[in-house]
Design a protein around this ligand. Structure first.
Ligand code: BGC
Length: 389
């Protein structure tokens, strides 16, 4: 009897123990699924001794994004092809050295004002401001000589099922000629559905102008081919024609009947060399803002879809912004060699930069880019990857 109850007790303990160890295994498993660690490594050292870091964000599917606090550059970004193979789909360099040349804004955060401001001049509350004319000595481009792409941001990794990197930067009053101390935050979140979300926010202590974006150069073939076979759809019935300095003329032109019509899936190579089209000639290809079809004005909506049929990779871009700059890497010229020794010739990648219209501070009919001290600037853009078979 004694032996029997002892055995029953012992069996009970064994069952209980195995249950609790099963439970803790489950918990551990759950933890390893829900917490995707963020690895921090050195990205390199500047000539003046400062250092830059690189943060690797991974999701449970195997998507991997590397972001450096130098310019908030996304230097590496993998996406699956139709066989499930994750490969790098952005142009860039393995370490800081490549970014010091500097390259044409590969993967970087662009600010305080993305794209061009005519002659680098604008008026705000009666005062005239002069910015650097860093684009062919003619116009202001992408925030000036030292834009947000060339500064060190403060980085805060946020681990979780959807790992994120929070980047903050104080752009001082007068920096690059812009008024107001601007506190900028950009949060990159790698989501479960293979998308990278970019949340931008900012506040100022003086009335200023702002237009933030990201300048990733995508090649969905993982740099095996150029992008002329990529098929693009833009949810836009109109685009902004430009002058020879690539400043919008002010006209909102219908895309219908032109090589700017991407309202249905269209291969980039189809119209990009149409020299009869004056706008193609001026841009040296596509380098224009498309005005997004929106219901509400600033809702998060699908702006663009890109498909590379050979690899099966598909990218969708969603944004709260009113426009998207579709740039086909016309100024790449083969002088840069990036990751894996791959050379970057003309039209080797495409950019889809969510934005307000270029030169808005000088064009009263365009949606405003003015930010006042009592306001918060907030925009979101998402790049989502999937596969078409
Ligand atoms: C602009 C191009 C410019 C490029 C620089 C794009 O956003 O629209 O005109 O050359 O950035 O990389």
């Amino acid at each position: 009897m004694k032996i029997k109850s002892f055995l029953t007790l012992a069996l009970g303990i064994v069952i209980l123990q195995s249950c609790s160890s099963k439970k803790s295994e489950d918990n551990q498993q759950k933890d390893s699924v829900t917490v995707n660690k963020i690895e921090k490594t050195s990205f390199g050292t500047f000539p003046d001794g400062r250092t830059a870091d690189s943060y690797t964000l991974k999701n449970a599917n195997g998507m991997e994004v590397k972001i450096t606090n130098y310019g908030g550059v996304v230097s590496h970004w993998t996406a699956p092809d139709k066989d499930g193979k994750y490969e790098d789909i952005v142009l860039g360099f393995d370490s800081l050295a490549g970014y010091l040349t500097p390259p044409p804004y590969f993967g970087a955060i662009i600010g305080r004002y993305g794209n061009r401001i005519a002659k680098g001049k604008f008026k705000l509350e009666g005062k005239e401001y002069a910015l650097a004319t860093n684009n062919n000595n003619l116009n202001h481009l992408h925030g000036g000589v030292v834009g947000y792409d060339k500064v060190l941001w403060t980085a805060e990794p946020i681990e979780g099922e959807e790992p994120a990197l929070k980047l903050t930067y104080l752009s001082k009053d007068g920096e690059e000629g812009y008024p107001g101390n601007l506190n900028v935050t950009v949060i990159y979140t790698l989501q479960k559905d293979n998308s990278l979300k970019m949340d931008y926010s900012a506040t100022t202590d003086k009335t200023t102008i702002i237009n933030l974006t990201n300048h990733s150069y995508f090649n969905l073939s993982a740099s095996k081919n150029n992008i002329l076979d990529h098929e693009v759809t833009l949810n836009a019935d109109r685009f902004l024609p430009v002058d020879k300095g690539l400043i919008p003329t002010g006209e909102l032109r219908a895309v219908k009947g032109t090589v700017f019509d991407f309202t249905s899936p269209t291969v980039i190579g189809k119209g990009i060399n149409d020299e009869k089209d004056e706008q193609i000639k001026l841009g040296g290809g596509y380098d224009h803002a498309w005005i997004l079809n929106k219901k509400e004005g600033n809702e998060l909506s699908l702006a663009a879809t890109v498909v590379d049929k050979t690899s099966g990779r598909k990218m969708e871009v969603l944004t709260t912004e009113p426009a998207i700059q579709f740039y086909t890497g016309n100024f790449l010229d083969g002088k840069l060699t990036g990751k894996g020794g791959v050379n970057y010739p003309k039209r080797f990648a495409l950019c889809l930069e969510s934005e307000h219209y270029p030169d808005s501070p000088n064009q009263a009919a365009f949606p405003t880019t003015v930010l006042k001290p009592n306001e918060t600037y907030k925009t979101t853009t998402i790049y989502k990857f999937s596969v078409v078979k």
